[in-house]
Design a binder for this molecule. Sequence first.
Ligand SMILES: [Zn+2]
Length: 420
Amino acid sequence: MFEDFAPVPVHKRVRSAAWAGDLHWRRIRAYIEMICRPISIAANTLRPALGTGVNHNFADKQFDKACVRTVQYRRNRGWNCKKEVLRDASSPVCFCLILMGKGPHSMALVDTKKMFKMAYNNGYAVGAFNVNNMEITQGIIEAIAEEKAPLILQISRGAREYASMSYLRAIIDVAVNENPDIPIAMHLDHGDTFECCKQCVDDGFTSVMIDGSHHSFEGNIKITKEVVDYAHDHGVVVEAELGQLGGIEEDVIGVEDVSAHLTDPDQAIEFIERTKVDSLAVAIGTSHGAYKFKTAPKLAIDVIEKIGARLPGFPLVMHGSSSVLREFKDLINKYGGAMPDAMGVPEDAITEAAQMAICKVNIDTDLRMALTAKIRQVFAEKPSEFDPRKYLGPGREAIRLMVKHKLQVLRCAGRAAECL
Ligand SMILES: [Zn+2]
C-alpha cells in the first residue's frame, strides 16, 4: 500500500518540524485507517496521540531518536504503541509513523464538521460552553448526557493559563470516555496568534479559533489563512471572526457601538473564499460579557440571511450571546453582589438565529453567573460553611439546569446521534 505515498521532498519545513504531520496528512490518515481496522482501534482515537516523522535516509539521527523516545514514553504510560517505518523504494525519504491507542473502547474527540452540517440542515445550533475547571465541565456534561446533545467544549487562553492544559485535557478525556454516544469537540476560543493556534493543534484540539478581527481586512485574511493551512494539514478545523463585537471577555475588548461594526456580507464571502476557513464568527449586534445592553438588542438577522443566501451550507458562529439570565443576576445581587442592570441577548433571538445559518452559539457569561449566584447564596445562608463541596456542588447543579435550558433554546437536544 505504500506505493500510494508519493515520494516526499525533504524541504526546509519538514526538516525543522518535530512532528511532520503537516505533510500529506490526509494520505497518512487513510493509511492509518487501513492498518487500524484489523486491530480494532478506531483511527480517530489515534489522532491526538499520533506522531509522524520524516527523515532523510535516516541520516537525521536526531529525528529518529525523537520518535523512539516518544514510543518509550507512551509505553510507560500504558499506551499500546506500534512503530511503522514506511519506505519508498524510489526515494530516500521515509515516513516513521508511531501509532498509539488505548484499545478498542477508547473514545475520541470529534471535530465540528458533522455537527455543523446537521445543525445547518436541521435548523439548530450547537452550544459551545467555556470550561475552566472540573465543576463547570461536569455540570455541562451532565446536562448534555441527559439531553443527548452534541457538544463543543471551549477553552480560552485564560483557561489554559488558569487551569493548565494538562488538567483540562484530563477532565475532558474523562467526559469523552464516559459518554461514547455524545460527540464532543474541543475548541480554542479566541486564539490571538498563529503560535497559540499551532500549540492547540499540537495539543490535540479538534477545532481552533483565530480571532484576527482587530487586524485590517487583509491582515485578518493573512493570519487566518496561515492558521487554516497548518490546522487543515493536521485534520483540525478553524473558526475565524470578521466584524467587531462589543463588550469585554477576558482580554478581548470590543467596540463601543456594535451596530457600526457589523460584519459586511460581501467582505465575509471574500474572506471565506480566500481563507478556506471552516466557520465564521459574525458581528450581528451581540456583545461579550454581562454588561451588554440597556435595552433589548435587535440582532442583524439580515447579515445572516445575506451570507446564507450566497454561501448555502456555510456555518456561522454567534459570540457574545449569553442572555444574562435575570434569575442569576437577581440572586447575585440579593446575596451581596453588585451587578448593574443590563440585558443580554434575548433567547428567542438566539433560537431564531439557530434556525438559520448560525450553527454554533458561545456561552460563557451565563455559566459564570449560575456558578457565582449559587456560591453567593450558600455563603449568605450558611456563613459557617467552609467545605468547598457544599458550595461548588450547588454551583455545579445550577450549571446543569442552566445548560439543559440552553439546549432547548438552541434546539439541539436529542441531536447527538446524528452528529456522530
Ligand atoms: Zn467570543
